[in-house]
Design a protein around this ligand. Structure first.
Ligand code: PEP
Ligand code: MN
Length: 343
């Protein structure tokens, strides 16, 4: 990783380092941070001669050679000062709340519009709504592109930025063209490297954010952070880690709650952690406690399913969605706890 003395390299300087690393079979990938850009060396960056030549350039501050499977997302990386912003709010500065329906019902758009207004009133910063849905049963409703218009209309009405899950390459373009600011990678796709690559490439030069869920098939935490790294390596480091419950081991919860990995993630990576308590416990009555537990463990934010009339919702909403009243109370208590943690 090349750290320049100035905030970014000129095109001549970039051409010069690109030519140097090419002699050693490597490439340069600029990574645009909020404060400054850094330049990742893609390929085997261990050649001492290459490093010496780069270090000899008067516009290069230093070469960062941290040994890590995720050099960009590592807490020791120069990118650690990078801050992710969604809709003008900087993660880490206040508890970030994403809330909204699991699945937008294209036949009943008013439920989503009313839910959007209610989550805004409850204090959410961003609105979630599933357009395309991964399902446990392939014959369940899998989404409808009409819902994308409903999502964007709700965004216009409320002024909230939106988050939606993309499951294939075609969804990425549709979502970005429509103005979706946060692309969600679901638990079933977090290890789908061709999807992660397509997302990384599509957002490399934009300020789009990715909410990367933890796959239930992920083992060591390095796998989770490396998946984030894989997206960031295409130039945009705006990747948020989202624990959402792992393989169910308890009789009662939908998944095994994993908000307790938050401090472990924070020890390894600078990436913000936004916990999804809805899919972990899978039942509305347990969600407020799981949300508060996540904040107690140090989460930077929460992603919560909510609906004005959960029983009339589709997807997970009848089971998991909070009513606006419970959402509001949960957000208020979570913010109080966040302030206590911050001391
Ligand atoms: C969702 O957010 O509605 C969803 C399907 O989540 P997950 O990928 O975590 O199951
Ligand atoms: Mn859901």
């Amino acid at each position: 990783m090349i750290l320049p003395k100035s905030t970014r390299l000129t095109s001549d300087q970039l051409a010069e380092i690109t030519a140097i690393v090419a002699e050693f079979g490597c490439k340069i990938q600029p990574i645009v941070g909020a404060m400054r850009s850094i330049y990742a060396i893609v390929g085997d960056e261990r050649d001492e001669l290459m490093i010496n030549r780069l270090e000899g350039l008067d516009y290069v501050d230093r070469i960062d050679r941290i040994q890590s499977p995720f050099k960009l997302m590592d807490k020791r990386s120069d990118l650690a000062s990078h801050r992710i912003k969604i809709g003008g709010v900087t993660l880490g500065e206040e508890l970030f709340i994403i809330a909204g329906a699991c699945t937008i019902d294209p036949k009943n758009p008013n439920y989503f519009y009313e839910t959007a207004a209610a989550v805004k009133e409850a204090g959410a910063h961003a609105l979630r709504g599933g357009v395309w849905k991964p399902r446990t049963n392939p014959y369940s409703f899998q989404g409808d592109v009409k819902s994308l218009d409903i999502l964007m209309e709700a965004s216009r009405r409320t002024g909230l930025p939106v988050d939606t899950e993309v499951m294939e390459e075609a969804h990425i373009k549709l979502a970005l063209d429509a103005g979706v600011s946060t692309l969600q990678v679901g638990a079933r796709n977090a290890l789908n490297y061709s999807l992660l690559r397509a997302i990384g490439k599509a957002i490399g030069e934009r300020d789009t954010v990715v909410l990367l869920k933890r796959s239930i098939h992920m083992g060591p935490l390095n796998e989770f952070i490396s998946a984030a790294e894989y997206i960031a390596a295409f130039g945009n480091p705006n990747v948020i880690l989202c624990p959402r419950g792992t393989t169910p081991t308890l009789d009662g919860f939908r998944n095994h709650p994993d908000e307790s990995i938050t401090p472990l993630l924070k020890e390894k990576t600078w990436a913000p952690v936004v916990v999804d308590p809805s899919h972990s416990v899978g039942k509305a009555s347990y969600v407020p406690s799981a949300a508060l537990a996540a904040v107690a463990y140090g989460a930077d934010g929460l992603c919560i399913e909510a609906h004005v009339e959960p029983a009339k919702g589709i997807g997970d909403d009848p089971k998991q969605a909070l009513t606006p009243e419970v959402l509001k109370k949960t957000i208020t208590q979570a913010r109080q706890l966040w302030a206590i943690r911050r001391g």
